[in-house]
Design a protein around this ligand. Structure first.
Ligand code: ADP
Ligand code: MG
Length: 349
């Protein structure tokens, strides 16, 4: 007789917890770059330098001139659920791109992470390293104001994920798409992006029209239109190309909701519907849309990567997008409030 054998419930060690979280948050190099750029933007960076080797798997470096992390905070910053962005406890009014305190511990669990930071007023920089979940004490180093994050050997500590990586070229393309999406969210921030030694983007601080034109690779010569619409407390603005400008993929579609780059099926479908009758079948329109929604009508805490969201009233969002785009496409530059904008670099004729 006696007590039957059964496994006991134990708390998982933190290293394993972080590796599990890394599996969700850091799907591929592009996801890590996205988290690092979001942190730089949240830190108020006006200049961002991103450089990648081996599609980001070998090495990625993201350097910003933002507020920095004080030496006392460095150790906490790489711990799970630690954040300086404590906002609204109801998760309604979120004004930063990050809020979960998961990115740095996840990256540190899966890769070799090194963060060098020097806030304004500090006499020098400090660096902290985390390798496969092991954190080393911060040490003083030379460094400029701001923060520089280096990630090497991504997924060396999580071989199950490493196996699913595509070629450096394919991973690099995913990273480029993420960088472009985030660059649209902060036109006043200069972006430089170098992929395997080749400069892919060098964007100065600019206004939204110029940034959108640069990212869409469109200009006034294409009939680039400024759109504006409003409905039930929501506003839609942005820039769209006429149906004569189209791509083989949806890569020329950029969407921001309350300033956050998103990949959302409701918005994507609405764009497709708006262009359905005027664009060549099988081709994709080129648009940059900025939607603002009252914060209580959208939930951004749907997915660990925070690129998906839920709208309380999907039908209203759909009508706003379809209505605004169709009006602009029908009337072109003729309608009040809808006028072509000058691109940063007007084309010679
Ligand atoms: P979250 O962004 O959700 O707060 P992270 O794990 O991405 O979580 O970052 C943890 C903390 O580290 C941030 O809250 C911030 O205080 C600090 N931090 C990270 N990156 C930077 C940066 N580039 N500049 C300034 N502070 C940063
Ligand atoms: Mg973050």
């Amino acid at each position: 007789g006696g007590v039957p054998d059964h496994p006991h419930v134990r708390r998982l060690p933190e290293v394993i917890v972080n590796r599990i979280a890394a599996g969700e948050v850091i799907e591929r190099p592009a996801a890590a770059v996205k988290e690092l750029i979001e942190n730089a933007i949240d830190a108020g960076a006006l200049r961002l330098d991103i450089s990648l080797d081996g599609g980001g798997v070998e090495r990625m470096i993201v350097t910003d001139d933002g507020v920095g992390i004080s030496p006392d905070d460095l150790t906490l910053a790489v711990e799970r659920h630690c954040t300086s962005k404590l906002g609204d406890e109801t998760l309604v009014h979120i004004n930063t791109l990050g809020f979960r305190g998961e990115a740095l511990p996840s990256i540190g669990a899966a890769a070799r992470l090194s963060i060098t930071s020097r806030p304004k007023g500090e006499s020098g920089a400090w660096r902290i390293r985390v390798e496969g979940g092991k954190t080393y004490p911060p040490e003083p180093v030379a460094g400029a104001y701001g923060t520089s994050v280096v990630v090497e050997d991504l997924f060396f500590a999580t071989p199950a994920r490493r196996k699913f990586l595509k070629s450096a070229r394919v991973e690099g393309r995913h990273v480029e798409s993420v960088v472009r999406r985030l660059a649209l969210a902060v036109p006043q921030t200069a972006f430089r992006f170098v992929l395997d030694g080749r400069e892919v983007l060098d964007l100065p601080a600019q206004d939204m029209a110029a940034r959108a034109a640069a990212l869409l690779d469109a200009s006034e010569a294409d009939g680039f239109l400024n759109i504006a619409g409003e409905r039930e407390g929501m506003t839609l603005s942005g820039f769209i190309c006429p149906p004569s400008v189209h791509r083989s993929t949806a890569n020329g579609q950029f969407m921001l909701v309350n300033g956050r780059p998103v990949v959302d099926p409701v918005l994507k479908t609405a764009v497709r519907v708006a262009y359905r009758r005027v664009i060549e079948p099988g081709r994709h329109p080129v648009v940059a849309l900025m939607l603002t929604v009252p914060p209580e009508q959208v939930d951004v805490n749907v997915h660990p990567a925070k690129t998906e969201l839920r709208f309380a009233d999907e039908a209203a969002v759909r009508s706003l997008v379809i209505g605004t785009l169709q009006r602009a496409l029908e009337h072109g530059a003729g309608v009040a409030g809808v006028r072509p904008v000058l691109s940063s670099a007007p084309r010679a004729t």
